[in-house]
Write a protein that binds this ligand. Structure first.
Ligand code: AMP
Ligand code: FES
Ligand code: ZN
Length: 293
């Protein structure tokens, strides 16, 4: 690991990932051993590795898998659900399953065809539905916190995009921990300081079977383009991505001096259907999409 100037054997690498995760949980005050933690698992390496680490560390976890109805040549959603279920049963853990088609009437590709948000690619519709469904599951099932497997490369790619477009509100809310808000459960990203290749190495060394194929819609996405660009910078100067992210978290405290009070600047209103907050009185974007389709 060039960026950390560390060379570890398999045993010590697995231990290092667990120790660092515990450190991140404590440093960013993500949750405690008394909290009921819901892990959003996609069947991919990051979220399954995260579930494995949290389980080994003795946290009270269950998982939630959202079947998006994405098939493609490799039956993406079918295969990833099978892998999430296998991990849960091998480790004797509870996995909640949500199915977009049976709960809301359409798959992600079908929603995206009838929605202007998804005209070019379904990713934006997909992001909206996933965020809504994860929060809905976590609050209805009574969990204290929702955790996702976002890694450093994910965070840095989003940060880069937010800076390019000066998306001030998004920058304000980009953090390892997003506190609860009326209708929104707290969200945490315990893997936000791990490079993608570290979470992949963990999943392989811990013998986790995970979905190796990317979502068929991710080809040519901005996220992937940003990641390639940032990898070039990292290649020239090891540690660039970690420094970009950590210095951003530090600078945020000076830029947004009122962050302690609230992460949201705008007034929010509860959606009359689902109860999740929305910037304008009336149905939220998710409920408008589902009721219109
Ligand atoms: P992505 O948005 O695909 O980059 O995934 C980021 C994180 O969201 C993953 O690490 C998971 O924690 C969560 N996630 C993504 N897709 C799903 C899914 N289908 N079901 C549950 N959680 C998911
Ligand atoms: Fe949502 Fe690919 S996972 S569009
Ligand atoms: Zn709503």
């Amino acid at each position: 690991m060039r960026q950390h100037k560390l060379a570890l054997c398999k045993y010590h690498f697995l231990e290092w990932v667990c120790d660092q995760t515990e450190r991140n949980i404590n440093k960013y005050k993500l949750f405690t051993k008394n909290d009921r933690v819901l892990v959003a698992v996609s069947g991919g390496k990051d979220s399954l590795a995260l579930w494995d680490v949290l389980n080994k560390l003795g946290y009270l976890t269950a998982g939630v898998y959202i079947n998006l109805g994405i098939l493609g040549n490799d039956l993406y959603s079918v295969k990833s659900q099978t892998l999430a279920e296998k991990f849960a049963s091998d480790h004797n853990l509870v996995l909640h399953i949500s199915n977009i088609k049976s709960e809301y009437g359409k798959t992600i590709p079908e929603f995206s065809e009838t929605n202007k948000r998804g005209k070019s690619k379904p990713c934006s519709v997909c992001g909206l539905i996933k965020r809504h469904t994860m929060n809905d599951n976590a609050s209805k099932l009574g969990y204290d916190v929702l955790v996702t497997g976002h890694n450093l490369d994910d965070e840095v790619s989003v940060l880069f995009n937010n800076v390019l477009g000066w998306q001030v509100d998004f920058l304000r809310r980009q953090a390892p921990f997003i506190p609860a808000k009326e209708g929104l459960i707290p969200k945490a990203k315990p893997f936000c300081r791990f490079y993608e290749r570290e979470t992949a190495a963990y999943a392989i060394l811990a013998n986790i079977e995970y979905m190796e194929d990317e979502c068929p819609f991710s080809v040519g996405s901005t996220t992937i383009e940003n990641k390639e660009l940032l990898n070039q910078l990292e290649h020239q100067r090891a540690g660039t991505k970690l420094a970009f992210y950590l210095k951003f978290l530090k600078a945020k405290k000076d830029i947004f001096t009122d962050l302690e009070n609230d992460m949201y600047t705008e007034e929010l209103f509860p959606c009359p259907i689902c109860g999740q907050p929305t910037p304008k009185p009336g149905y939220c974007t998710f409920c408008r999409m589902v009721t219109r389709s």
